[in-house]
Design a protein around this ligand. Structure first.
Ligand SMILES: Nc1ncnc2c1ncn2[C@@H]1O[C@H](COP(=O)(O)OP(=O)(O)OP(=O)(O)O)[C@@H](O)[C@H]1O
Ligand SMILES: [Mg+2]
Length: 503
């Protein structure tokens, strides 16, 4: 094997009260896809922020092409050819696609002639990334998450990066978009670029990884294992220090749930351009899954049930009573809760504590004679934090300092704590590690067993099939199939969602 492009040894990074990196070793060679694996909070994002020049390590050595190097700023990292696609994309929403790509380039103070050259170059990059249709003069804020990620990639390419770091890039992508991403990664590595790839999805690591480095509690516990042949059980036990059975909680018998009363009845709702003529029922105690590609209308349906969007036609009722359309207040009063897909903008107060974020929707539960019973609030949040293995397990910490997966757990914990009768979950396990997923599944099932109805959206078909009782398969805004989960399998669902689509 050729000499490493990058070598890190004994890297340490401390935040107040947390040793996020506690002696990390990593070596990456040119042309490989090197996967970083580890539980939520293991230190993956912190490690790559050190590489990106965004954090300064407290100890350790970094060598680039065999020579010691320091990366005091993001610009310094860029200059060496290290580019990063962050978990939270770092684009300027108000600037255009082309402006974002060329942000920070020397030639960015441009006259008119250079501007058109910049647009041409940006167009070429978007073509290379398989998306020539994205207009380079469009504001980035108007793009989907997948589109924004492509802009971030184009920026990396524009710097002739030799190492591209991707922090959970597939978490925001639909099935066909993941295929496109993997094609791009294949082109890059064939040209000698190295890729560091972070994902909680094992099957992706098998598909594109060459080697795997495993982090646990800020330390490297395995370095450069073969990505395709190392058994999953071995990787999982390295990550978690235990063996995790990747199983779903048992379902109640179908005949039992079928007898329960209908909780939510959705009858022929439509919103032009989003979804058409959608009807379904969720019974008390039942988990109903919506499967389909991103853009098939799933999230829009959830938001319509929640009253955040108003249906053009059709009717929604809860326990037989019609729900006022387009009113969140009415939905909440009827006992509906929504755990939305985009955490950052919609769900979390980043500067507030975990406890506040978790309990904010159920404050009434902790009110006593007009005062907030802080002890009861803390006890309940501590329990939620414990049962979800949220780390660090200190409810007074600001959410901003949590790792991506742990922030996600805080959002879900909030809804598990609230007394909802119908819970709408949009991608509840996005970014959550394999160990914590199993716990989340158990909690969701336990909630259903207590009589709550759950409507679940997930891009991961095995998750919908494993967790839900009944599944609605969506394609281009329509329900194309409804069936008990046990009567479907992954390839059947994928055939249904892809059929007739251009991909
Ligand atoms: N700015 C910060 N201030 C304080 N603590 C932080 C900060 N950033 C990260 N941490 C802590 O460092 C540890 C590692 O976090 P990191 O984000 O690197 O985890 P991760 O492996 O990327 O996890 P995930 O899979 O959930 O994204 C966590 O305990 C986290 O709470
Ligand atoms: Mg992370």
């Amino acid at each position: 094997m050729s000499a490493p492009l990058l070598e890190m040894q004994g890297v340490v990074k401390e935040f107040p009260g947390v040793r996020a990196l506690d002696g990390v070793d990593l070596d990456v060679v040119a042309g490989e896809v090197h996967c970083l694996l580890g539980q939520n909070g293991a230190g993956k994002s912190t490690l790559i922020k050190v590489l990106a020049g965004a954090h300064q390590p407290d100890e350790g050595h970094i060598a680039w092409e065999g020579a010691p190097v320091t990366l005091p700023t993001p610009t310094a990292a860029m200059r060496h050819g290290i580019a990063t696609i962050y978990q939270e994309l770092d684009l300027a929403d108000g600037l255009t696609v082309a402006e974002n790509i060329y942000l920070g380039h020397e030639q960015s103070r441009l006259g008119f002639a250079q501007r058109s050259r910049m647009h041409d170059a940006a167009r070429q990059l978007m073509r290379r990334l398989g998306h020539p249709e994205i207009p380079v003069t469009r504001e980035v804020g108007a793009l989907s998450s997948a589109g924004k990620q492509l802009v971030s990639m184009a920026r990396a390419l524009s710097h002739d990066a030799r190492l591209i770091i991707m922090d959970e890039p597939s978490a925001v992508l639909a099935h066909d978009e993941v295929d496109n991403l993997f094609r791009v990664i294949g082109d890059l590595t064939a040209a000698g670029v190295a890729v560091v790839y972070i994902s909680h999805r094992m099957e992706e690591i098998r598909r594109i990884g060459d080697r795997v480095t495993v982090l646990k509690d800020g330390r490297t516990v395995a370095r450069g294992l073969p990505a395709r042949t190392t058994p999953t059980a071995e990787l999982v036990s390295l990550m978690t220090g235990r063996t995790v059975e990747y199983v779903f909680p048992p379902r109640p018998r179908t005949s039992e749930t079928q007898q329960r009363p209908a909780l939510l009845e959705v009858d022929g709702i439509s919103r032009p351009g989003e979804f058409q003529d959608v009807s379904f029922t969720v019974r008390a105690g039942e988990i109903v899954g919506l499967a389909g590609l991103v853009g098939s209308g799933r999230s829009e349906i959830l938001e319509t049930v929640y009253g955040a969007r108003r249906p053009a036609t059709g009717r929604i009722s809860v326990e037989g009573r019609a729900l006022r359309p387009g009113s969140i207040t009415a939905a909440v009063r009827a006992g509906i809760g929504l755990a939305p897909e985009e955490r950052k903008s919609q769900a979390l107060f980043l500067h507030s504590s975990i406890a506040h974020n978790v309990s904010m929707s159920s404050l009434r539960r902790f009110a006593r004679a007009g005062f907030l019973d802080r002890r009861a609030e803390l006890a309940a949040t501590t329990e939620a934090v414990r049962s979800l293995d949220l780390r660090p397990p200190d409810p007074t910490r600001p959410v901003r300092t949590l790792s991506g997966g742990n922030q996600q757990k805080a959002v879900v914990a909030r809804w598990l704590l609230k007394d909802c009768r119908l819970l709408l979950l949009d991608e509840p396990t996005r970014g959550v590690d394999v160990g914590a997923r199993a716990e989340l599944y158990t909690l969701i099932r336990r909630l259903a067993d207590s009589g709550v109805g759950v409507l679940l959206v997930s891009s991961e078909v095995p998750e919908v099939l494993g967790l839900a009782d009944r599944v609605l398969v969506m394609r281009e805004g329509r329900v194309v199939r409804e069936a008990d989960a046990v009567d479907l399998d992954e390839s059947k669902v994928l055939d249904l969602v892809m059929e007739g689509s251009s991909a």
